[in-house]
Design a protein around this ligand. Sequence first.
Ligand SMILES: C[S@@+](CC[C@H](N)C(=O)[O-])C[C@H]1O[C@@H](n2cnc3c(N)ncnc32)[C@H](O)[C@@H]1O
Length: 220
Amino acid sequence: METPNGIGSLGLHNFIAQQFSMPEGVCGRVAGAIMGLINHLPNKRAIERLDIAERDDVLEIGFGPGWALKAMVRFAHGGTITGVDRSPTMFRQAEARNRTAIGDGKLKLIRGTFEQLPLESATVDKILAVNVIYFCSPTGTALAEAHRVLRPGGILSIYATDCSSMRKFQFIGPETQQTFDRKGLKDFLGKSPFASDQIEIQKVWLPFGFRGLVARLCKR
Ligand SMILES: C[S@@+](CC[C@H](N)C(=O)[O-])C[C@H]1O[C@@H](n2cnc3c(N)ncnc32)[C@H](O)[C@@H]1O
């Protein structure tokens, strides 16, 4: 079936998946608004696992519309918050949402990629990564980068929607490099520089039958 703009129904799902991977233009702005709604609880659960302290330096990779950054500024008001995302459209949304924190020097947004984080080694205490791991290369470069920029004792919290829900709600498209069930996520994270006894994965149940996974990784 064709939609009025000529995008077939399968094409439409691919288009939505693509906008979640690299939101661009008007459609990207709509995708940002949708993320704000559906990613609220995943962000809440993943932020809880970070145990953010007042003086922590925190990084979010793939900040999208910037809601989680806004929440984390309240916890780490004596530290710094940095966000890295490759999308100019998401940069503008997150910037508009967090003007005060940016103006006060508490929050810095950077356009960059997970594969080459524009940060010095061992400079952050906590990293948040919500609904981004599907877009990371299966080689694990992004996890190695996260490990590099964390201080010893630092924590990385990852939320991933379970692959069964990704399939059910047709969030998988050509941009999706990998999807996970609990075992798949454990295996993937187990190949990273984080020691396997420093990785914990919890299942989370969300509204509308969504199932998710929150992984907490600690750097020795
Ligand atoms: C599905 S959105 C999730 C946004 C946000 N974490 C949330 O919970 O609403 C994924 C975000 O990751 C960004 N992204 C995807 N792959 C990336 C990469 N390799 N480097 C930097 N940003 C990336 C996209 O631009 C997008 O803003």
